[in-house]
Design a protein around this ligand. Sequence first.
Ligand code: DHE
Length: 491
Amino acid sequence: MRSALALVFVVLLADAPALAETPTALYSSHCATCHGADRFGGTGPALLPENLERLRGPQAIETIANGRAATQMPAFGEVLSRTDIAALVRHVTSPPEVAPVWGGAEMLASHHVAPGTPPEVPVHTAHPLHLFVVVESGDHHVTILDGDRFEPIARFASRYALHGGPKFSPDGRFVYFASRDGWITKYDLYGLKVVAEIRAGLNTRNLALSDDGKVVAVANYLPRTLVLLDAADLAPRRVLEVTEAGAETASRVSAVYQAAPRHSFIAALKDTAEIWEIPYAAADGAPVRRIAVAEPLDDFFFDTTYRRLVGSARTGSPVVIDLDTGQQVARLTTTGLPHLGSGISWPWQGRIVLATPNLRDAAINVIDTETWQLVRRIPTAGAGFFLRGHEASPYVWSDAFLSADRDTMQIIDTRSLEVVRTLRPEPGRTAAHVEFSHDGRHALVSIWEMDGAILVYDTATFEIVKRLPMVKPSGKYNVSNKIHLSAGTSH
Ligand code: DHE
């Protein structure tokens, strides 16, 4: 009888469906080795809700099932059921049970300075100030390009998902990168090597470098901090918790920029109606100035004096804040959603105008920076993301990155404020983000595809003079234009 019962039990067990693994167990078995047991990242990126905001449900399922081209992410479609994959997506897009901590101790543990003495002269023969730094977002690499011959002189694996413009030391020798996962990398353009790294946050927006080249500021979403680093070796100098005056709640930091004439950094806060002015001396303990504004300003553009700041407001068109008085002095009369981070300026009819692409309107807005009135709405092929010019060229180049016509590039005459030419560099393939050479004679355009390229245009004839294959090249940055704060490029 006993053996019959045992037999029945064994048969029942054999027929029972296998017990489903919990999402935590699935994560431990299949993801933790590369993405970290704490989900903070390892050889793979961090898998925390803030870091995955750009990878929504169906895309996340697709990534786990089919893997990621040009990365080490394998396909799990044969190993895991659809239900398991969906459970994993829910798991990694939910906050961890224990809130992530990334303070001074964690930063220090991640800090690394390369041994050895950097060379006194460049190890290459290219002109160091004419170089371009090209971010290849498709396979997370950076290419250093000779800016006269337009030939790569170095290519290295970057941290996962660099974002925002890299920043250059005042002499143009070093370049600093920020990754969305919080890694700050300092690279030597003489030695062509990474010289220092630190993880300043778990989810980072961008970095800024003080104009004296001494302090790096890092804007974080996670944790809600602004981190000041020593630019020499990236050692942490101060961590500022971003809490509203008199309140307990902390804010994400949307972006931080240097304001050279003010010897300070200016930070945009995502969740608090304040702008922070952080003197460089804050790295040694000087207090932060909080400027109250009517509503949080996500991103901004400085006028050429750095006294006025145009900030994008959520409930209407951008506002102008006088940084000395802290008062709102104007509201722009633009439509759509101007992309202020990509704004550039130039002289026009005796005044300085500011031009911005528009994320929601097929137009470039041109604004007078004295009266803050709209001077011209220039209709374009489609909503664009980036805009670039150069002092030595009368034309600015605009893409239509966010539209069906994203394979076009339009040339606008800065004198007539009219589109004078429409280029279709490679029909059917995304063309975006332009950077001029140091002398303005060439413009480099990204073919933003996995089998993409950098196209080098002659800015006088608009002919392509060179095509350099690259893996989804995104931003590219010319050392000279950056350190001389060319008005036609981002800083
Ligand atoms: Fe960017 C710069 C914010 C999405 C590519 N982007 C910036 C800057 C900010 C910003 C604040 C200026 C930082 C600096 O240079 O120091 N970007 C945002 C967003 O809020 C947004 C819309 C949503 C987000 O996910 O963060 C966003 N950005 C993107 C993209 O999807 C792009 C096209 C692809 C990518 O790599 O993520 C993108 N952003 C860029 C690039 C720059 C940039 C290439 C540098 C432009 C430059 O020429 O300086």
